[in-house]
Design a protein around this ligand. Structure first.
Ligand code: ZN
Length: 158
């Protein structure tokens, strides 16, 4: 009986008003994954959108961009209207020091300027995916996949 009484003690202590409503910047940064050349970029993901924005809205690039007013670039990180298939080969990210938006190739980790910074469309994405540099280091290209298959078959026959 005494234990049930103890449980019913003041249930309002949980709503402590001194606890921060917004995630702290350091907390947000620690949640984000670093990717790309030299691990210099924070990766954007749907799950970590809030943490990403908490950090990104304090960066040099973001603040400079805001000052441009109506000429500012609009980066819709969580846009669901991207129709180009080329997006599926890239992560969205931003430079961890400056906040400069970019995209990182999922095959070779190359960094490319985010198409939305200058509204350049997806031509750069397409060009990169088709480039020899990317194909060479790609583990998922059909050619290297076939070679792996052939190798495995050869090993199995020995
Ligand atoms: Zn690539």
């Amino acid at each position: 009986m005494s234990s049930s009484l103890e449980l019913s003690t003041d249930p309002f202590t949980i709503s402590d008003t001194s606890s921060p409503q917004r995630p702290s910047l350091n907390n947000a940064r620690s949640q984000l994954e670093k990717i790309g050349p030299g691990h210099q970029f924070f990766k954007w993901t749907t799950d970590l959108h809030k943490d990403f924005m908490t950090w990104w809205s304090t960066t040099e690039w973001y603040l400079n961009n805001e000052e441009k007013g109506r000429y500012a670039a609009v980066i819709n990180w969580d846009s669901t209207t991207r129709t180009s298939d080329h997006w599926q080969h890239f992560y969205q990210a931003a430079n961890s020091r400056t906040g400069y938006p970019c995209i990182i190739c999922q095959h070779c980790s190359a960094s490319i300027e985010h198409p939305k910074t200058k509204n350049t469309g997806t031509k750069a994405l397409r060009n990169h995916i088709g480039s020899a540099k990317c194909r060479k280091s790609s583990f998922t290209s059909s050619r290297s996949y076939k070679q792996t298959q052939l190798f495995q078959t050869a090993v199995a026959q020995v």
